[in-house]
Design a protein around this ligand. Structure first.
Ligand code: PLP
Length: 402
């Protein structure tokens, strides 16, 4: 008898299964547009030069040791992270009513925040955009939420935002529901609300007494400008909201594997901070006890040094500019080849991902027939495109659609 004999096989996680399939494929022209990780124009992973510099300095710093960080992490790092998100003149910082908690990248920050909301504030219902990053649902349900609901977001017909549906679904949400919002560079659609639309969204969230939980996985990576990409969160803070924001350093620092993130917490008053911090401390203590230091030290080293900070911004610009260039190139190729349909959405979208408009069957055809690996939703990562493969990808799309 085995305790495990009756266990059902769980479904595969699509993106990881696809990556395994890609690795096993020996077709010479295969293209990986599935992975959410930056690649150079040679198709190689990139360790940011500023990260190398910081790592060398840390390796030579004999004062550092390997002892535990506090449960809420490296405080200098989380303070700088929260400042980077909220901006130097944030009212919440001036009034000492915001703080950060170092967590395990973006996912871990979402999980700690969600578990706090579910177990300490008794929240049961959360909303995510339709579609969203595929992990939101699992993270929030695993954290103790009871009910997952979607708000309308993507209008497949017009290949853009369904703002009317979005606002209506928020209006119909029960008081106190938690709304997951992508701070910028919406994953998977690459389609963000305009500032005017954000103002409408904020006004419904206020009126209906909902709780905004931002997911900021792409600050700086979307437009190349850290402040511009943080506009939405700053706007909500200015409007007086209490909110959470999960920040990831996977993409903008290239620290995918270091699991470096921060949960920024903005409250109405500093009075509430001790109780909130103490409850988050208990959650982290019971979950993983304390976070790892390496990535947080790298980020802290860079954010606290003006010269390195400028270098980092220039590294971010390198990445975001390459993505913007690839959007242009892909659209040009598709239009030049006369691929059926319109392709302006490719350059209008922002961030790492693009919703091509290909359906599940067409996306699978791209994988099977052309060895171009993409998700069945039609999502592609712009980072997998290079000057050498963009024409091949465009031809494959054209063949698939004709
Ligand atoms: N949120 C969104 C929207 C993402 O796209 C990602 C990564 O792809 C994450 C969160 C979290 O990533 P990580 O846990 O690696 O920081």
């Amino acid at each position: 008898m085995s305790w495990f004999a009756d266990l059902e096989q769980g479904p595969p996680i699509e993106v990881f299964a696809l990556m395994k399939q890609f690795a096993d494929d020996d077709f010479p022209q295969k293209v990986n547009l599935g992975a959410g990780a930056y690649r150079t124009d040679e198709g190689k992973p990139w360790v940011l030069p500023v990260v190398r510099t910081a790592e060398k300095a840390l390796a030579n710093d004999e004062t550092l040791n390997k002892e535990y960080l506090p449960i809420l992490g490296f405080e200098a790092f989380s303070t700088l992270s929260t400042r980077m998100l909220l901006g130097d003149d944030s009212p919440a910082l001036k009034e000492n009513r915001a703080f950060g908690v170092q967590c395990l990248s973006g996912t871990g920050s979402l999980r700690v925040g969600a578990e706090f909301l579910a177990t300490k504030l008794g929240k049961t219902v959360f909303y995510y955009s339709k579609p969203t990053w595929e992990n939101h649902r699992l993270v929030f349900l695993s954290a103790g939420f009871k009910e997952a609901r979607e708000y309308r977001y993507w209008d497949a017909q017009k290949r853009g935002l369904d703002i009317a549906g979005f606002l209506q679904d928020l209006k119909d949400a029960p008081e106190g529901a938690v709304i997951i919002l992508h701070a910028c560079a919406h994953n998977p659609t690459g389609c963000d609300p305009t500032r005017e639309q954000w103002a409408q969204i904020a006004s419904v969230i206020k009126e209906k007494k909902l709780f905004a939980f931002f997911d900021s996985a792409y600050q700086g990576f979307a437009s190349g400008d850290l402040d511009r990409d943080a506009w939405t969160v700053r706007y909500f803070v200015q409007e007086g909201f209490e909110l959470f924001c999960a920040q990831s350093y996977a993409k903008n620092f290239g620290l995918y594997n270091e699991r470096t993130g921060n949960l920024s917490v903005v409250l109405k008053s500093p009075k509430e901070i001790p109780a909130v911090k103490s409850q988050i401390t208990l959650i982290v203590r019971g979950m993983y006890s304390n976070p790892p230091s390496h990535g947080a030290r790298i980020v802290n080293h860079v954010l606290s040094n003006n010269e390195l900070f400028d270098q980092w911004r220039s590294n971010i610009k390198t990445m975001s500019s390459r993505i913007i260039d690839m959007r242009k190139r892909l659209r040009e190729e598709l239009e030049r080849l006369g691929a059926p349909g319109t392709w302006n959405h490719i350059t209008e979208q922002i961030g790492m991902f693009s919703y091509t408009g290909l359906n599940a069957e067409q996306s699978q055809h791209m994988v099977k027939m052309h060895h171009v690996y993409m998700l069945s939703s039609g999502r592609i990562s712009m980072c997998g495109l290079t000057h050498s493969n963009v024409e091949y990808v465009a031809k494959s799309i054209k063949e698939t659609l004709t």
